[in-house]
Ligand binder design. Structure first.
Ligand code: SF4
Length: 215
């Protein structure tokens, strides 16, 4: 095995000299313009804040059911959520800004979950993880309640249980949303409102559903 230098040392030296000239005020004309183009980044405060918020989320240490086991594994080496700055699970809602609802929520538990959410500081987000949490899943049971009924949910992660990679996908979608460059959700793509897709009126005056079904 051969030891090699990291990067070209000449390049490093040239940059050092350039920085020195810049500090002395010796850089002018084209050289100055090139230096500024390479070194200066312009943005808005809102974008910078959103960028840092999206990369420094503190999820709440909180699990509800079997989905929680999958959620716990996102901090392991395989998925490693810490790569995105989301690795420090907080034990207190006062230092958390994300609630991952990992499992089914019972009617009895919903007010407790809501209280935890209310104790978190703004801005805060919530991910509904698993079929049970979003739609009561496999249970046909009066004791459960879907998360949308008592909490504003930002991202739903489907599955039973969703794999850690699926939760990771949900986390990255939430990060996109926080940073303001969210790819259009299905509502925008299909011109939908709430949970309903709005179909354009049929050309012959019939109902859009009839046209869609070819009747
Ligand atoms: S979605 Fe599946 S894994 Fe998650 S809480 Fe429900 S039954 Fe358990």
């Amino acid at each position: 095995m051969r030891r090699e230098r990291l990067g070209a040392s000449d390049d490093f030296r040239a940059r050092q000299l350039l920085a020195r000239d810049m500090l002395r005020g010796d850089l002018e004309g084209e050289a100055l313009e090139r230096y500024v183009e390479q070194s200066v980044l312009t943005t808005t405060v809102q974008k910078a804040v959103a960028w840092s918020q999206g990369n420094s989320i503190y999820p709440m240490t909180f699990g509800l059911a079997c989905c929680a086991i999958e959620m716990m594994s996102i901090v392991g080496a395989r998925v490693d959520v810490a790569r995105f700055g989301w690795g420090a699970f907080s034990a207190s809602p006062r230092q958390a800004d994300l609630l991952i609802l990992s499992g089914r929520v019972s009617v009895k538990m919903a007010p407790v979950v809501r209280r935890i959410y209310d104790q978190m500081l703004e801005p805060r987000w919530a991910i509904s993880m698993g079929a049970c949490c979003s739609s009561m899943g496999v249970f046909n049971n009066y004791a459960l309640v879907p998360s949308d009924k008592f909490l504003p949910i930002d991202v739903h992660v489907p599955g039973c249980p969703p794999r850690p990679e699926a939760l990771m996908h949900g986390i990255l979608r939430l990060r996109d949303k926080i940073q303001g460059h969210s790819p259009d959700g299905w509502r925008e793509r299909y011109d939908a409102v709430g949970t309903e897709e709005i179909l354009p009126p049929a050309a012959d005056g019939g109902s859009p559903e009839q046209e869609a079904s070819g009747a």
